[in-house]
Design a protein around this ligand. Structure first.
Ligand code: MRU
Length: 368
């Protein structure tokens, strides 16, 4: 997608130096556009853990490149043990995002198939690029499938803007390109269908205010930033035509873990008969689990993310300010689970399906 009119992905290998992977450091957005260079798997782990990069798809792609950097720097005499340690370290950085473990496993499997260290290193680079390219292509296809749903709503409204509510950032910044929840919005917008997006600010990290609002602005999509608790009110007054969110891990039965607060939006949508869609590439399915509530680990992060806020000061400098009494007890759950029964449909690269095991397997029969 675009930054000041220039096309970017969120992660890419340097053109001039194969030892360098470049990322957009998202901690500085929307105020500063900073590109960071990663050279070691430890730097990759820190970038994921400290949320220089975030979002399920991008975490997966970054882990893929992390495994490549590990392969580059692994000592010849201790290659296998080094790679296993790198895999373990990467998987532990963020526990909820399903794409992370998926990408690491894909790398380990591919590397194991090669019989020389030179080939293993070369394969790790190819697989990292494959994971990133596939993520971008799958999100593009999600856009094509999801666009049809928006087009149908637009027809029903005789071309009046379709109001879409989204939570957190499942935009291109959460993937390699296009995004999951935003892909149908961008595709509809590109086709001239009128859309307007209600952007939940998404406390405490403020992915909606900092990232979703920024990327929609860069793409020229009409949007309005709202405080997190506003969605239910808007739905009661007929101001939301559909909800589209992303997901960090989805069970084979269609339960969805997404940014904390998603469940409350799903409840409000259900109560107001507003269609509630979840968009995801298939790399976000965890085919080994059925029950999201008991089987998806929910990340808990530092309470400082709740007691403090980071942004641009009046002096136009990045600053952190406290907003709670010192030593206030905190609980900072990163995600919640929305049960399949509250979900109208899943939008994937293969099409739209009910959040139900049978219908999911209709499009993914290889996981029967
Ligand atoms: O904590 P984050 O920013 O990595 O959370 C991920 C998210 O952005 C959301 O949960 C998103 O809706 C799904 S990720 C595609």
């Amino acid at each position: 997608m675009h930054v000041a009119g220039t096309p970017y992905r969120t992660i890419w290998p340097s053109d001039t130096d194969q030892a360098v992977i470049k990322i957009i450091d998202q901690r500085h957005l929307p105020h500063r556009f900073v590109i960071e260079e990663l050279r070691t798997v430890n730097e990759v782990c820190a970038a994921i853990r400290e949320m220089h990069v975030r979002g399920a798809g991008l975490i997966g792609a970054t882990a893929g490149f992390g495994m490549y950097l590990a392969a580059r720097t692994a000592p010849d005499q201790d290659f296998a043990a080094f790679m296993q340690q790198a895999a373990d370290d990467l998987v532990q950085t963020r526990p909820t995002a399903g794409n992370l473990a998926w990408a690491v496993k894909r790398q380990l499997t591919a590397i194991a198939q090669e019989n020389t260290l030179e080939k293993k290193r070369a394969r790790a680079f190819d697989v990292a690029r494959e994971i990133a390219d596939e993520d971008a292509e799958f999100c593009r296809r999600i856009g094509e499938h999801g666009k049809e749903i928006i087009a149908e709503l637009s027809r029903k409204k005789n071309g009046a803007p379709v109001n879409i509510l989204t939570h957190c950032n499942a935009g291109w910044l959460a993937f390699v390109d296009y995004g999951s929840a935003t892909a149908p919005i961008y595709a509809a917008h590109a086709e001239g269908i009128k859309v307007h997006v209600w952007v939940d600010e998404t406390r405490p990290w403020l992915q909606g205010a900092k990232l979703t609002a920024w990327e929609l602005k860069e793409e020229g999509v009409d949007h309005t930033l709202i405080a997190d608790n506003t969605g239910g009110h808007l739905m009661q007054h007929g101001l939301v035509d559909m909800v589209i969110v992303g997901t960090d891990r989805t069970t084979r039965c269609g339960d969805v873990a997404n940014k904390i607060g998603t469940y409350l939006k799903a409840l409000a949508a259900h109560d107001n008969q507003v269609p509630f869609y979840v968009a995801l590439p298939s790399s976000t399915f965890d085919w080994t689990i059925r029950d999201g509530l008991t089987e998806i680990p929910i990340e808990q992060r530092s309470g400082e993310e709740i007691t403090h806020i980071r942004g641009l000061s009046e002096a136009a400098e990045m600053a952190t300010i406290g907003i709670a009494p010192p030593d206030t007890a905190t609980a900072n759950y990163g995600f919640d689970v929305t049960p399949a029964r509250l979900i109208t449909g899943l939008i994937t690269e293969r099409g739209v399906m009910a959040a139900h095991e049978e219908d999911i397997l209709r499009l993914y029969p290889e996981h029967r």
